[in-house]
Design a protein around this ligand. Sequence first.
Ligand code: FES
Length: 158
Amino acid sequence: MAGYPAWDQDSARMIVAGLAHLEGATLPMLHALQDEFGYVDPQAVPLIAEALNLSRAEVHGAISFYHDFKTAPQPARIVKLCRAEACQALGCESVVDELSRNHGIAVDDHHAGDAIVETVYCLGNCALGPSALVDGELIGRVDAARIAGLCQHGKAHS
Ligand code: FES
């Protein structure tokens, strides 16, 4: 998910203008903006409204109706940490505690910055818990230090 350019209103305007001829252009525009920047900045709303002669409320409505659209830059990395039953039995809650106590990482804090750690329920790796999923890679027997390292270095093998 990393590597998107920062929001740029001029490029956004060009993307919007390039799609304005389409029938029902709101969604294609939103998708194109999200593809380009990784999210749809609130500054896109007046651009789209103007290009399509819609009210800002209508554009807002489309953005909030489709949950796929992000309205803020997304973290470079999401670590999914399993907290379902089997992983609980193998200590995932102490990983969560230790992350917050020793590493300053709050699980499920979606404003955490470059990396977030998110709760999921069962990754199908129960015997080797606590389990985590990072960039599509399943990691077993994680501990807090490993997760903190993953949040910092951006490599599943580090
Ligand atoms: S309970 Fe954690 S992987 Fe299944």
